[in-house]
Ligand binder design. Structure first.
Ligand code: PEP
Ligand code: MG
Length: 744
């Protein structure tokens, strides 16, 4: 049964259209079990109906035409209960309302199981037997299991279908793809695939003007791979056992077989460019292997893809050209790294769309810092077909419009205009202090990551830099930056803000920030060699950074250093020891250097409980709520599927921050908050109530937070905090704060 299940799910997930996917489901399920009919109904949310989409065993004419009210009949019962329901004799059931169009009156024994994805009932999978009676245990297990797996495949196929219809202009009105917010704001622009030639699956289709040239370049790429295979096999002859070396022959044979090359050539002659034609050909051939029963033969799909990638690399080499980005560029990719964002000229970058990530990923943090919207699609988009198409991204609602209508564009242009006007109004607050109506002053600082961000930070009215993520510079390089180079960068930022404070965080590599030239391979990178752990493991790299900072501070004295990911007092002592050593050595060398104020990031739960001990050793603490939330609630900050449980207003997170502030204040040390919570008006209000000493956020959030601080008295913030801390769940806290802010 497991094999049949796996095969059906596999077949469904390779279908390129929703209709095909649904047809496969009903046909294969009916064949696999002793049932007389199988049908899939999908939910039409707008009209609140279930629509019969595919069936085997029903009158074919009824498909697509039968609509059932979601409150009605046995289907309605399955949807309401969210569970599998069997009825041995449907006609005797009070909710039985057969549709005459389908011919289901012929059947008696009913089984319905809901298709649920992301808490939503996408539809119902139904099976009928002609004779009255029970479904047996194995059959029930089969349906429960397959429904759970098919729901995702159906959801994904529906999204791909929707995108296809959007691309072909079939969709009217304001259809959109629902994803989740990564960074707020709205943008209209042109999609640019990250690196369209990176992997075979992401190659777009592209019409070609010069079919002969494409054909020639394709033939020469194939010939080059043939030669490469022959040469590799020869070179490794002495080192590889014969059966492994035979793989080269298998590859050469696959490539030499008529099918692959001639299919690709036919596609080129039909007008697609060589990489697009090749992608389609490889996908088709791999699919044939994937559907084979024999697991050994199924592995052939991998070989086909591997050979596909090799030919692509050759095609890439021939088509090397310098990348041009559209004027209003919306970067689209499976994941979009901060290095890839940095490759686009800042003025041209309008937005980001990716398949993986979340509002707290570093991609999101960077998007927010740049003030551009970003959305994560919850369904796999046919990325290869999106290059160059027009898009609207609505980061506020987490929505994506592909080839939007004039009306949609006009509506969003209006929204962009309104947002600009609002931000101009907020700019009026720029030079006013963040002070509550009852006279409490709360300094607001900016989070930045690149020297170029200093302009936005100063324009926002920030009173200094509360978090400079030095790792961005490390990530954009091809090797570790040396002391003088780091010195120049830090000095520039310090000078831009002097005499206002600038907090430089030491290298926070690891997790999702892997240095391209120093990859640390770990099973759990977020629980691995990250932040201070990496720096302490590599004192030779850490000392260079500390020396550069101490030198940059000479004569300016506005630098504060911040250590990330401290989880033990011992780590802090070691880091402080290295800092003292770097200072001593600089003095011995006769170089100008100034001591620094030192802070510790509180972003690991253990550090919360050590706040007082840590505060005793340093000048200040800074709470990193992004990681603290991730580690405290055990939710991956990069995983879009767990955005609901990821909540920095969760009472446990609020209590932890409160404890840190109280613990540090016991030793008379100030606490700032530099995670995204500080830039959220609701979060800022609660932090104000907790007695936080400073907030640091992306420059784009600063004015809104200042408005909130200037609108609520400290006393009111404290009473809201008291109320929030008495609550048991984050939703209630969100409601409380949003209500208070709206009222204000
Ligand atoms: C945090 O974890 O809250 C933080 C500010 O650091 P980063 O987002 O860079 O991990
Ligand atoms: Mg962090």
């Amino acid at each position: 049964m497991l094999v049949t299940l796996r095969q059906i799910v596999q077949e469904v997930s390779t279908a390129t259209h929703l209709d095909d996917a649904l047809d496969i489901i009903v046909r294969r399920v009916k064949d696999a079990l002793p049932i007389d009919a199988c049908a899939v109904y999908l939910t039409d949310v707008e009209s609140n109906h279930y629509v019969l989409m595919a069936a085997d065993g029903f009158n074919p004419a009824s498909i697509g035409g039968v609509r059932i009210d979601r409150q009605e009949g046995l289907l309605g019962l399955v949807g309401e209960r969210h569970e599998l329901i069997t009825v041995p004799d449907a006609a005797a059931h009070p909710r039985y309302h057969p549709s005459s169009a389908t011919g289901e009156e012929r059947y008696h024994s009913f089984l319905g199981v809901p298709l649920i994805h992301y808490h939503q009932v996408l539809g119902v999978l139904v099976a009928w037997k002609r004779a009255p009676g029970q479904f047996d245990k194995d059959e029930l297990t089969f349906f429960v299991t397959i429904a759970a797996q098919l729901a995702k495949a159906i959801h994904d196929a529906a999204a791909v279908d929707e995108v296809s219809r959007m691309l072909s202009g079939e969709v009217q009105g304001d259809a959109f793809i629902q994803g989740i917010q990564m960074a707020a704001g709205v943008a209209i622009g042109t999609a640019a695939l990250l690196d369209p030639l990176a992997s075979l699956e992401s190659i777009p289709d592209r019409p070609t003007q010069d079919i002969d040239a494409e054909e020639t370049s394709f033939r020469s790429a194939v010939a080059a791979v043939h030669e490469e295979l022959r040469a590799s096999s020869e070179r490794l002859a002495a080192d590889l056992p014969g059966e492994v070396r035979a793989l080269f022959d298998v590859y050469a044979m696959l490539l030499g077989s008529d099918g692959l090359v001639s299919d690709a050539l036919a596609r080129i002659r039909a007008g697609n460019w060589a990489p697009g034609a090749w992608r389609e050909t490889i996908a088709d051939h791999a699919k044939v292997f994937e559907q084979m029963e024999d697991p050994y033969l199924r592995v052939g799909a991998e070989d086909i893809r591997a050979i596909g990638q090799r030919v692509l690399v050759q095609l890439q080499a021939e088509a090397k050209e310098s990348r041009q980005y559209p004027q209003q560029c919306i970067l689209v990719g499976d994941t979009v790294s901060i290095t890839e964002i940095a490759a686009v000229p800042v003025k041209q970058l309008a937005g980001i769309v990716c398949m993986r990530g979340s509002a707290l990923s570093h991609t999101a943090v960077m998007a927010r810092a740049l003030g551009i919207p970003a959305v994560v699609s919850l369904a796999p988009l046919p990325i290869g077909r999106l290059d160059g198409c027009e898009m609207v991204i609505d980061g506020d609602q987490g929505r994506l419009y592909i080839e939007p209508s004039h009306a949609v564009r006009a509506a969003f242009r209006r929204l962009i205009g309104e947002a600009q006007a609002r931000s101009e109004r907020l700019m009026a607050l720029r030079d006013l202090p963040a002070v509550t109506p009852d006279g409490f002053r709360l300094p607001l600082y900016a989070n930045i990551g690149l020297v170029s961000d200093t302009v936005a930070a100063r324009d926002s009215g920030a009173e200094g830099v509360g978090l400079y993520r030095t790792e961005y510079h490390f990530l954009l390089r091809e090797a570790f930056p040396l002391e003088d180079e780091q010195y120049q960068i830090y000095r520039e930022v310090l000078e831009a803000f002097t005499p206002r404070p600038v907090t430089l965080r030491t290298l926070d590599a690891g997790g999702d920030k892997i240095l391209p030239y120093f990859p640390v391979v770990e099973d759990n990178p977020f629980l691995g060699c990250r932040g201070i752990r990496f720096s302490l493991d590599h004192p030779e790299i850490f000392l260079i950074q500390l020396r550069a900072m101490l030198r940059a501070n000479a004569g300016l004295n506005n630098l504060q250093v911040l250590f990330p990911m401290i989880s033990r007092v011992g780590e802090l002592d070691e880091a402080l020891g290295l800092l003292a050593r770097a200072y001593r050595e600089l003095l011995e060398e006769g170089r100008a250097a100034n001591k620094l104020r030192v802070g510790v990031m509180i972003e690991v739960p253990s550090a919360v409980f050590l706040a007082t001990a840590l505060a005793e050793r340093v000048d200040f603490l800074s709470v990193g709520t992004n990681d603290l939330t991730q580690y405290l609630l055990a939710v991956d900050r990069n995983n879009a599927q767990v955005t609901t449980p990821y909540d920095s207003l969760h009472p446990a997170v609020l209590n932890a921050i409160h404890q840190v502030i109280k613990g540090a204040h016991l030793r008379g040390k100030p606490v700032s908050v530099c995670g995204e919570l500080a830039g959220d008006p609701a979060g800022a209000l609660l932090l104000l109530g907790m007695g936080v000493d400073a907030l640091s956020m992306s420059p784009a959030s600063l004015a809104r937070v200042k408005l909130v601080i200037r609108s609520f008295t400290l006393q009111r913030a404290r009473s809201l905090l008291d109320e929030a801390l008495g609550m048991e769940d984050g939703f209630a806290i969100h409601r409380l704060l949003n209500g208070a802010i709206e009222e204000n």
